[in-house]
Design a protein around this ligand. Structure first.
Ligand code: DNO
Length: 398
């Protein structure tokens, strides 16, 4: 397994030299400044790669090996007439990356919004801070701030009443923060940042797109992309929808083990793989993560390792927990990934590593009060990486 670390580029408060100190060897990055849908040029990739890889002879080298993510333009998800041009652009970006031997590409197919949380500073009993998704606050936003047409149908009478109470308990500032968290997007998002009106318009475009249309559009996209990926030995790693369920009446189609199985059945190429985002899949009680890691091992090209603790009485709400202490048996997940790696080595496929990264971390110690990308401060992720590294070492030893 190769230890990687996500870097958001020159504006990331965590620098490349900081990352070097963590002991990670590989960088996960993207050209965040290129507008969604445009081609990543050879020059822009070369420049970004140089920022990551140039170092003094006595420094530990870092390599840019994983892209997270090349954004998929909304026209592709919607299946509009512009989709084929934007798919060609996506493929061109992939070809340009492969010229630099960057061959593991994470992407996602979430309509309108990327990953979402309601609280970015949830205080833990330890005094550190975590990201949280609170279903009641989410419903309060949907029903009373966004006032989405038809939203009432998605909630029971009790849920609507609880959401009303949550809404009434919020100050004006709380409401603004909640709105920003949800529609302005979080670090690394691959969708636009919206105002409330733009957001309503973006949702309206999906009125005729249900799960089966969205799946068709994903398969159409892959039908173009996969043959080129195979030729270039590029590994595609779709990231699940986070949180993994329909939201705002939008279909979300990469949420469960069945969704992944169906994707592989309909597009069997081995280049068509997944990012096993343990925290995302694990925020549903019906996803058994060690079982998924075993079952889909061959197709796991990239893994985000983090845990969640779901609320006991509302399983759709969760706090991002410590990497090893959560509802997910992380040790068993890592055991399954190591097992898969040994299988690859035995079958002569050792040049096909699984990249892992500590996903998100608590905001803690000296990072508190600093400018950080929520979830992506350095000390919390370093703690996660150190814990994961310990598990990998111990399991590899035995
Ligand atoms: C959050 C992330 C997402 C993810 C993209 C993948 O921390 O895992 O930003 O990078 O959605 O395409």
């Amino acid at each position: 397994m190769r230890e990687s670390w996500r870097w958001f580029g020159p504006n990331d408060p965590v620098t490349i030299n900081d990352i070097r100190q963590t002991g990670a060897t590989d960088i996960v990055s993207a050209l965040h400044d290129v507008p969604i849908g445009e081609v990543w040029t050879v020059e822009a990739i070369a420049q970004h790669k140089a920022l990551i890889e140039s170092c003094e002879p006595d420094q530990s080298p870092l390599r840019w090996t994983v892209v997270e993510s090349i954004p998929v333009h909304e026209s592709i998800k919607l299946g509009t007439s512009e989709a084929s041009q934007y798919t060609r652009n996506w493929i061109q970006s992939m070809e340009n990356l492969a010229r630099f031997d960057i061959r593991t590409i994470c992407y996602n197919f979430m309509p309108v919004i990327d990953w979402t949380r309601t609280d970015l500073n949830h205080r833990l009993p330890s005094g550190a801070y975590a990201l949280r998704f609170d279903q009641q606050k989410f419903a309060a936003f949907d029903l009373f701030i966004l006032q989405r047409a038809g939203a009432e149908d998605d909630y029971s009478i009790e849920e609507r009443e609880a959401a009303r109470q949550a809404f009434e308990a919020m100050s004006e500032e709380d409401r603004q923060v909640l709105t920003r968290n949800i529609i302005a997007g979080l670090p690394g998002r691959m969708t636009d940042s919206y105002s409330i009106d733009d957001f309503r318009q973006a949702l309206a475009q999906y009125q005729a797109v249900d799960a089966s249309v969205l799946r068709e559009n994903l398969l159409g996209f892959l039908a173009e992309v996969v043959p080129v990926a195979e030729r270039l030995n590029v590994k595609l790693a779709i990231h699940p929808d986070d949180p993994p369920r329909d939201m705002f009446g939008l279909p979300r189609i990469i949420c469960t083990a069945d969704d992944v199985a169906q994707l592989f059945e309909l597009q069997p190429s081995r280049s068509n793989g997944i990012t096993l985002c343990v925290g995302t899949y694990g925020s549903r009680p019906d996803n058994d993560l060690p079982a998924m890691a075993h079952r889909f091992g061959e197709r796991i090209h990239f893994a985000h390792l983090r845990g969640v603790l779901r609320d006991r009485d509302e399983q759709r709400s969760f706090v991002e927990a410590s990497h090893l202490d959560s509802d997910i048996d992380m040790v068993e997940v890592i055991r399954a990934l190591l097992h898969e790696e040994r299988r690859r080595t035995r079958s002569g496929d050792s040049d096909n590593p699984i990249y892992i990264r500590p996903d998100h971390g608590h905001l803690m110690l000296d990072d508190i009060g600093k400018a950080v990308n929520p979830g992506y401060s350095s000390i919390g992720r370093l703690k996660g990486l150190a814990e994961i590294r310990g598990v990998v070492r111990a399991l590899s030893h035995s």
